[in-house]
Design a protein around this ligand. Structure first.
Ligand code: PEP
Ligand code: MG
Length: 547
């Protein structure tokens, strides 16, 4: 029986699996010999050692992995957690048990918060295990070591595991837990490791069983035939060849240009994106710069960051999104009220409007950075619902000195009103992640409804068509910046629906570039028309696979 989950990217891998070793047994609920001060010292030393280990691994790994590992190092020294551990030791609990209980309590709290916070709970569990292993004087649990290449199977991967994966040995990743935004997914994407997350039954796989991991199909094929393995190996070789193909501008077979733009969360990622062929930036997620901030960033602080970003892209387009706070990305200085359904709450532009000075400061910082550099700066608002909100944001942006001001299309109401909206906005950029979530009423963080979270769904495609048509009628550009743009076959269809640029994680450029080059604009439109008539996402995908 094959196994299914959420594929990350388009990669294919084949080989034997190895399972991650089971976690350490739970520490006993006993006391300790010696006095409490010694026990606390023992724990303090272990926490310091583990934090240092994370720092060292982070420095070695670099990139996205470094940030994740540095965050784990901070968790190991979090004063609230340390106080909690010490209080438990004071009341007679041994150090290992005190660490176990304090971290577990914190984990539960994060899970209760939901969204991105809940996904960090795995990281906390990893810190706890490493500290306990240190106290016991045993090896920390982690990625198995093997002389032969293998596909790693695990409940979920913690940052310390993913950061230092030996890419020579680990062919792919299969995890039981984790959504599309879990660390396994983020790091697999940034390192181009084929991965499938949220695979029920993954842990029943027996070590050394040969599988084919097909991320595009979200399927793990167990004990495949020789022919199937040969076919998978051919696909792996084809992808490797496509990745090495010369970097050209994104274009269709008839020469129609479709600029391939990068989704970025920090100016630090710009150089790597340019190396992979980024023709500009289609989505700069400014909120990622301030996730840890407790007070609103100043104009000066922001101007520095935006200037650094724009300097990388002289003469190129850079689309910056105003702070998208709320739901999976709460910012404490913009979202303070408890909401039952934060995805439907005061988020995105709604939250900015409720704290207008923060929005004004951001737009001012952007206008200043624009004046200092010669990139082509476009600014857009997240989670815009209608024409009135569009008018508000566009007129405020222009008042504060911005030249090109647009909206993200993520809420279905905006797509329905696209003909009005695109008379006012200079451009629209479609966020397919949220547009799919809201169209299908399926929480994008929730594994149990992941099958509804499918941008191939004809309802989503029809909304995209409304926006594409409105863009064409008003002579306004319509970009795509959700994950859908990174799916090569869907990318062709999105262009057929009227998208004029595609923005994605730079790791996806090569695959998308190769696929676009196979079709003319007429063919893309023909395929899009067929996909619009599909009854299900699966049927629309079949249209894609006739490509
Ligand atoms: C989207 O919703 O598709 C999008 C690009 O924004 P984010 O993923 O940051 O919500
Ligand atoms: Mg969004």
């Amino acid at each position: 029986m094959d196994l299914h989950g959420i594929g990350v990217g388009r990669g294919v891998a084949t080989g034997p699996i190895l399972r991650m070793p089971d976690p350490l047994p739970e520490p006993e609920q006993t006391g300790f010999s010696g006095d409490a001060a010694d026990e606390k010292n023992r724990v303090a030393e272990a926490l310091t050692a583990v934090a240092a280990e994370y720092q060292a691994r982070g420095a070695k790994a670099g990139g996205a992995a470094r940030d994740v590992l540095e965050a784990a190092a901070l968790m190991a020294q979090d004063p609230t957690l340390v106080d909690d551990v010490n209080a438990r030791i004071d009341s007679g609990t041994n150090g290992e048990r005190a660490v176990f209980e304090a971290f577990a309590g914190f984990q539960q709290m994060l899970i209760g918060l939901g969204g991105l916070m809940a996904e960090r709970a795995t990281d906390l569990g990893d810190v706890s295990q490493r500290v306990i292993a240190h106290l016991r004087g045993v090896a920390a649990p982690g990625v198995p070591v093997s002389d032969e290449p293998f596909i790693l199977v695990a409940p979920d991967l913690a940052p310390a595991d993913t950061a230092l994966l030996d890419l020579e040995k680990v062919l792919g990743l299969i995890t039981r837990d984790g959504g599309p935004t879990s660390h396994t997914a983020i790091l697999a994407r940034s390192k181009s490791i084929p991965a499938i997350v949220g695979v029920t039954g993954a842990l029943d796989l027996v070590d050394h069983t040969v599988v084919i991991l097909d991320a595009a199909a979200g399927t793990v094929y167990i004990s495949p035939s020789e022919d199937e393995i040969a076919e998978a190996k051919k696909r792996i070789a084809d992808r490797a060849a496509a990745a090495k193909a010369p970097i050209t501008d994104g274009a269709l077979a008839d020469g129609t240009l479709v600029p391939l733009l990068a989704n970025l969360g920090s100016p630090k990622d710009a150089a790597a994106a340019i190396e992979l062929g980024a023709e500009g930036v289609g989505l700069f997620r400014t909120e990622f710069l301030f996730l840890e901030a407790t007070t609103a960033p100043t104009v000066e602080e922001q101007r520095t960051q935006y200037t650094e970003l724009l300097r990388h892209f002289s003469g190129r387009k850079v689309v910056v999104r105003a702070l998208d706070a709320g739901a999976d990305k709460p910012l404490s200085f913009l979202n303070d009220a408890h909401e039952e359904n934060p995805a439907l709450g005061l988020r995105g532009l709604r939250a900015l409007r409720a704290s207008e000075q923060i929005l004004r400061d951001q737009l001012t910082a952007l206008a200043q950075a624009d004046a200092e550099t010669d990139a082509d700066l476009w600014v857009m608002a997240p989670m815009v619902s209608d024409t009135e909100e569009t008018e508000y944001f566009v007129s405020l942006g222009k008042e504060l000195g911005l030249k090109t001001v647009g909206v993200m299309a993520e809420v279905p109401s905006l797509a329905v009103l696209a003909d009005q909206v695109l008379q006012v906005a200079d451009f629209a950029s479609i966020g397919t992640n949220d547009l799919t979530q809201y169209t299908l009423a399926a929480d994008r963080m929730l594994g149990s409804v992941a099958h509804f979270q499918d941008p191939w769904h004809p309802a989503v495609l029809r909304l995209i068509k409304l926006i594409g048509d409105a863009g064409a009628a008003n002579g306004k550009p319509v970009g795509i910046c959700g994950e859908a743009a990174a799916d090569p076959q869907l990318a062709v269809i999105l262009v057929g629906l009227g998208a004029t640029t595609l923005s994605m994680t730079p790791a996806a450029f090569a695959d998308v570039r190769a696929e676009l080059a196979k079709y003319t604009l007429d063919q893309a439109r023909e395929l899009a028309a067929k996909a619009l008539q599909a009854h299900t996402a699966a049927d629309a995908r079949k249209v894609g696979s006739t490509l």
